[in-house]
Design a binder for this molecule. Structure first.
Ligand code: GDP
Ligand code: GDP
Length: 466
């Protein structure tokens, strides 16, 4: 049947899901209108300080994760949008939505299947249940819209037929029964060790305009390490990544094909070049943004810098062809750093390194810089430390008050880090509108200075009182 065409069976829960995402994922699945979003919001709000939205959008993924917490376990809860099995309705999006649901399911640690206790069990529920029974992921069945416990038991009885074990009466709207249901879900969730280092490859991209020296640098880097593990296929048919090791670390150099084959490419089509660089940036942890000190920095370089910042990637600005600069001294060096920061202001926080791919000057130093900024990019800061920094910052400079907006003084209550790569901090305040760009920049600077997060963007998500 149609479903089978959509890919291999869902993997064993746990191991694979665990390797892909840091926190366990609870997927909420069910036909439309049973109350999935209501349940998701309830979980996110009830069990954490607020519903923290964590959007992952892109070509293949467009789902919203919300961080939640139950009985000492952090997890992400994701609304699958709708596992609609019947395409006959002519809804062009149905297939896409189903794909999304399947992807969510693939990485799920546990599933909450939601059904409607008022409408009762229907054919669609049965189909979804049959599908879920074939998967290896644990499923907890929640019968929603059961506002009264007694009534709830009657409502749930008919759902035993789904073959998913005990149906738990809940009310997403009012919160009844949520704890009992969650006890069953939590059994399947693993605990995340907050202190464990996230151990995996560092993905590095080298981007820059034609002729700045990217392939020369690539050859240098390979020459220095000599321990290329292998070329591995990248995401698209013609993109090749290279893996290599140095000092016990494995690096994945993203899309080396895009760099190597440049000699044969017609630069006339600038769009494709920029597009290719964008793709590489998206897949990287650390981007080496390479510019040519002799030719100078242009708008195109800035476009790349912009993208690095907005994608939240760590960055090192590599000013190449330093050998061509004559009469170098401290002052010309400082001027050059100043110039690079100014021209590439979106990444003005980035380290600037002057290299010569031709002579090899400082090319190995790049590895150390990559290591350094990768550590910052994936750093997890204790909540207590974050809040100490926040308190300090607010004491030094109180949030502004915007009289025009009618409201009073901006107040910040609390913050916590909800993601790494880049470090992402949710700031809980009375009203985000009260904080202007100036104050936000001030906080950004304070956090950077105090936490030693110099070379990575920090994302702030401002959350108002609900
Ligand atoms: P989804 O399409 O599955 O995400 O469903 P929604 O969360 O959008 O909810 C669909 C409708 O069911 C909305 O009108 C909700 O107000 C209603 N609803 C959700 N949860 C409950 C509940 O626990 N009790 C009742 N009575 N209605 C609910
Ligand atoms: P790509 O298009 O960015 O991959 O640039 P290439 O690595 O092909 O280099 C373009 C040209 O610049 C070649 O002629 C290189 O020899 C030269 N080149 C690259 N790096 C340096 C450098 O550090 N100093 C000097 N003087 N020339 C360089």
């Amino acid at each position: 049947r149609e479903l089978k065409k959509l890919g291999p069976p869902v993997p064993v829960k746990g191991e694979r899901a665990r390797s892909k995402r840091r926190f366990p994922v609870v997927a909420v699945i069910g036909r439309p209108n049973v109350g999935k979003s209501t349940v998701v919001n309830r979980l996110a709000k009830r069990f954490k300080d607020g519903s923290i939205v964590f959007d992952e959008s892109g070509v293949t993924r467009d789902r919203t994760y919300k961080r939640a917490w139950y009985c000492g376990k952090d997890f992400d809860v994701v609304d699958t949008g709708g596992l609609v099995f019947d395409d006959k309705g002519g809804d062009v999006f149905a297939k896409e939505i189903r794909q999304q649901a399947l992807i969510a399911l693939e990485e799920a640690t546990a599933v909450i299947m939601v059904v409607d206790g008022i409408v009762g069990c229907n054919v669609l529920d049965q189909e979804i249940a049959r599908f879920l029974r074939q998967q290896k992921v644990p499923v907890v069945l929640a019968v929603n819209k059961c506002e009264s416990q007694k009534y709830g038991e009657i409502q749930t009885a008919e759902f035993w037929c789904l073959g998913l074990g005990e149906p738990w009466p809940i009310s997403g709207l009012h919160g009844d029964g949520i704890y009992d249901m969650m006890d069953n879900v939590a059994e399947h969730l693993y605990e995340v060790d907050e202190n464990a280092e996230e151990e995996d490859n560092i993905n590095v991209a080298i981007v820059g305009r034609p002729n700045v020296g990217k392939s020369s640098l690539l050859n240098r880097l390979f020459g220095e390490t000599r321990s290329i593990v292998s070329d591995v296929p990248g995401t698209t048919r013609d993109s090749i990544d290279a893996m290599f090791e140095r000092g016990g670390r494995t690096y994945r150099l993203v899309d080396t094909a895009g760099i190597r084959r440049k000699g044969k490419v017609d630069y006339g089509n600038e769009f494709f070049m920029v597009n290719r660089a964008f793709k590489a940036i998206r897949r990287a942890d650390v981007v080496l943004l390479m510019v040519d000190v002799e030719a100078g920095i242009t708008d195109q370089d800035r476009v790349l810098a912009d993208r690095i910042q907005s994608d939240g990637r760590a960055c090192v600005v590599v000013c190449n062809k330093w050998d061509l600069v004559e009469d170098k001294d401290d002052s010309s060096y400082n001027k050059a750093v100043e110039y690079a920061r100014q021209m590439l202001s979106p990444v003005k926080w980035a380290e600037v390194c002057f290299t010569s791919a031709k002579t090899g000057q400082r090319c190995t130093k790049l590895f150390d810089l990559v290591d350094e900024v990768a550590v910052q990019h994936r750093r997890r800061v204790k909540t207590s430390v974050l809040n100490e920094v926040l308190r300090d910052a607010v004491l030094w400079q109180a949030p502004p008050s915007k009289k025009s907006s009618g409201a009073s003084q901006g107040k910040i209550y609390y913050c916590n880090q909800i993601a790494t790569r880049p470090p992402t901090v949710a700031v809980f305040c009375n009203n985000p509108k009260l904080f202007g760009d100036n104050y936000k920049r001030y906080l950004d600077r304070k956090f950077r200075e105090q936490l030693g997060l110099k070379s990575t963007p920090i994302r702030f998500l401002w959350r108002g009182k609900r």
